[in-house]
Design a protein around this ligand. Sequence first.
Ligand SMILES: Nc1ncnc2c1ncn2[C@@H]1O[C@H](COP(=O)(O)OP(=O)(O)O)[C@@H](O)[C@H]1O
Ligand SMILES: [Mg+2]
Length: 260
Amino acid sequence: MSDKTMDQRPILELRDITRSFREGEGALRILRGASLQIRPGEIVALIGPSGAGKSTLLHIAGLLERPDEGMVLLGGIDCVDLPDRERTYMRRAELGFVYQAHNLLPEFNALENVAMPELIAGTPKQDAFAEATRLLTLLGLGERLLHLPTELSGGEQQRVAIARALANHPRVLLADEPTGNLDPKTSKMVFEELIHLVRREGLAALIATHNLDLAAKMDRALVLHEGKLVEGRPAQAKPAIKTPTADPDEDQDPPRAPFA
Ligand SMILES: Nc1ncnc2c1ncn2[C@@H]1O[C@H](COP(=O)(O)OP(=O)(O)O)[C@@H](O)[C@H]1O
Ligand SMILES: [Mg+2]
């Protein structure tokens, strides 16, 4: 993160978010005053064990659900109390979302899957397909544009889902264990491509993972603990991504031992 980044206002801010779910007679208090600030260009890991509330937090940040209390500011605008139509508009204008499952439409090819949300939003066909082609090519799928999801590997399917999330030129990418369904080797590759692309496009990102090796590749980590977010140190679990002797080009990392 550069000094310039630090000077900028947050593009995404959560303030004192609370969220409970009913459980029998009582309530399951999942988020208990979770706050965060993410500045343009920052890539932040969201870590915590299964059930901690990562998905709930991402859905709230992604304007897919409302919190019980608290504020969700996108570019300084609190979106919690906006009418649904305006929340949808903000989501389309500012956010991209990658889920653990790719959710691709099975009857459409890779290109169509990526272009579809843009076409529905009214982007001219030529522009939507040009942008979809650009993103898929950046993700190494330039030769697979016309393949159906079933004709793609798991890693390729998830790359298509990543391209789809970026096709609306969001300022913030939210990703919920985006490589969680992939085998460790593929997960690492797709994850590195995701980070590379997010940096290249200059987006901010909040990426849930419980893989500390993946978390260590991001700028910083927030740990969801007892319903609150605390700054974490993801690099503590395993050797750092780059050793001091490693090639400075981040695409040229030396091979490392596979994940445990
Ligand atoms: N719609 C819901 N209704 C009831 N309980 C829910 C709902 N969504 C999530 N939960 C509960 O909230 C907790 C946190 O879930 P989640 O946000 O999915 O955690 P994580 O993504 O960290 O695994 C879990 O115990 C889950 O069962
Ligand atoms: Mg989850």
